[in-house]
Design a protein around this ligand. Sequence first.
Ligand SMILES: N[C@@H](CCC(=O)N[C@@H](CS)C(=O)NCC(=O)O)C(=O)O
Length: 109
Amino acid sequence: QRAWIARNCKGLQDKIKVVAIDLADRPAWYKEKVYPENKVPALEHNNQVKGESLDLVKYIDSNFDGPALLPDDSAKKQFAEELLAFSDGFNSAFFSCLRSKGDVSDEAG
Ligand SMILES: N[C@@H](CCC(=O)N[C@@H](CS)C(=O)NCC(=O)O)C(=O)O
């Protein structure tokens, strides 16, 4: 979703086509021909396929037209990186709690 939001915020709806993948029923071609990691999101650009949503947000910001998503000021940029890293860690912990079958109250806290 964050890569999709980055694409939309930059107004790239006509330049980056979204192909929805049903994770419960992944098509074989996705792993075989597009992204061997078989995860979403992935972006094909200039005959190369890249993954990792946070990297894609930065890649889209740097390699496509549209309003800048990150500030120019280096201190603000560093703070933005910290926020992104924090939200990434938070998301990972949160989803690991959702998938866990045991008591996750400590981890969730
Ligand atoms: N760190 C990766 C995580 C990618 C990821 O785990 N995507 C999930 C959907 S949100 C996925 O494709 N899951 C399928 C699987 O793990 O097999 C990113 O941020 O892009």
